[in-house]
Design a protein around this ligand. Structure first.
Ligand SMILES: [Zn+2]
Length: 256
């Protein structure tokens, strides 16, 4: 059984649109034109777009429930390619500028929301010197859920989880799940570590809080035997032009 050609890729985005002139982290913006072109490219290449929860189901069917015997699913879909769009933080630009592109292309995505900042502003980012940016509010999150978008958790306040006391880190992780589940009346299955900051202890806290997996910011695809609490992604930035985008998608499978 050759799994080599199956691919599970998770893309990492933050904000959609042109960056403001005085943005401190302009790389976090991807223009609408680029976002649309990137989605269309992947669709043309035969990628199926999945939310992370759906990706995990399909991944498990391929890799984990397999008894070693060939089965129809594996045979039929030997060369399947899957991609998940993820957004960290929950910027309102995802709703204002990204949602239409997602819907027009008939794809989906997963948004990692900072749960204390629903309908608020990017206070952690402002402390780091960034411009003010509005965060998604409840109505927008609900509308996005109706459009097939999955919501994940990204802590309550976006701290560095490895440098705060364990008790507070666990509260940041577990309460963000509970708050989003209560406010949105859905299951929150996935988590993303703020700043990509994690270690073995933090990973264990995320698992203990009941998540099915967690995304990091290191580059890579989701390979067979992947650690689902250390899901690698491909970061797309403002300066990721079309050539760079294609190269990133092509090259990522060769990374360890
Ligand atoms: Zn973040």
């Amino acid at each position: 059984m050759n799994y080599f050609k199956k691919k599970f890729i998770i893309l990492l985005y933050h904000k959609i649109g042109n960056y403001p002139e005085n943005a401190k982290f302009p790389g976090l913006y991807v223009t609408e034109e680029n976002f649309d072109r990137q989605i269309k490219y992947l669709k043309n290449k035969g990628y199926t777009f999945l939310t992370l929860s759906r990706m995990k189901q399909i991944y498990d069917e391929y890799y984990r429930n397999n008894t070693g015997k060939d089965n129809n699913l594996n045979k039929k879909n030997k060369n399947d390619k899957f991609v998940s769009i993820t957004f960290d933080d929950g910027s309102r630009s995802i709703y204002l500028k990204g949602l239409k592109i997602i819907k027009d292309n008939n794809v989906n995505a997963t948004v990692f929301m900072v749960s204390d900042l629903i309908g608020d502003i990017n206070t952690w980012d402002i402390k780091n010197g960034e411009n003010k940016d509005e965060m998604l509010n409840i109505e927008e999150l609900q509308e996005m859920i109706k459009s097939g978008i999955e919501i994940g958790a990204h802590t309550k306040t976006h701290p560095h989880l490895t440098i705060i006391p364990e008790k507070i880190a666990y509260e940041e992780i577990s309460a963000s799940k509970k708050i989003l589940e209560e406010k949105l009346n859905i299951d929150i299955n996935f988590f993303a570590y703020p700043y990509g900051d994690y270690n073995e202890n933090v990973k264990n806290l995320v698992e203990k809080a009941g998540f099915q997996g967690a995304c990091i910011t290191k580059t890579g695809i989701v390979k067979n035997n992947a650690d689902f609490f250390e899901l690698r992604r491909v970061a797309i930035r403002h300066n990721t032009d079309f050539f760079k985008f294609k190269r990133k998608i092509f090259k990522v499978k060769y990374l360890k």
